[in-house]
Design a protein around this ligand. Sequence first.
Ligand code: FES
Ligand code: FES
Length: 163
Amino acid sequence: VEDIAVDFRVNGKEYHVNCAPSARLLDVLRDQLGLTGTKEGCGIGECGACTVLMNGKKVNSCMVLAGQARGADILTIEGVNGSDGELHPLQKAFIDAGAIQCGFCTPGMIMSSLELLNTTLEPSDEEIKQAISGNLCRCTGYKQIVDAIRLAARNMLAAKRRH
Ligand code: FES
Ligand code: FES
């Protein structure tokens, strides 16, 4: 089978890759672009470890063929940064709230949370739980994670009001 060509943007940078027609977005990100922050857990769309934003919407990158990402804007955890080389407020809050244990679920959790906080900085706990309902964590129980997202939202809202 011949390779296919895919042009897309990842973390604001243009990429042109050639890959097998069956290659998943997850494979291209990790193996061809070296963006290994995006994790593979289940490989069948159930754990959310592979979550990235595609045109601003979260997707399980294990369930998206690279060819489906043609022309898309992809954001991975490597593209999530705070200002001035600092951690993103979500990353800080995950650390502060004790929401990271083994860390395997964290990139996916952060991407799902980011999608939510891009739409509101005053999410209800229900909205937070809904936002991460496709992301599994075996370590923390979800309380610390919900706390972290609530904290990040509060900090981001306060920062926005200061500017
Ligand atoms: S690895 Fe994609 S959802 Fe689990
Ligand atoms: S911190 Fe280990 S899976 Fe979530």
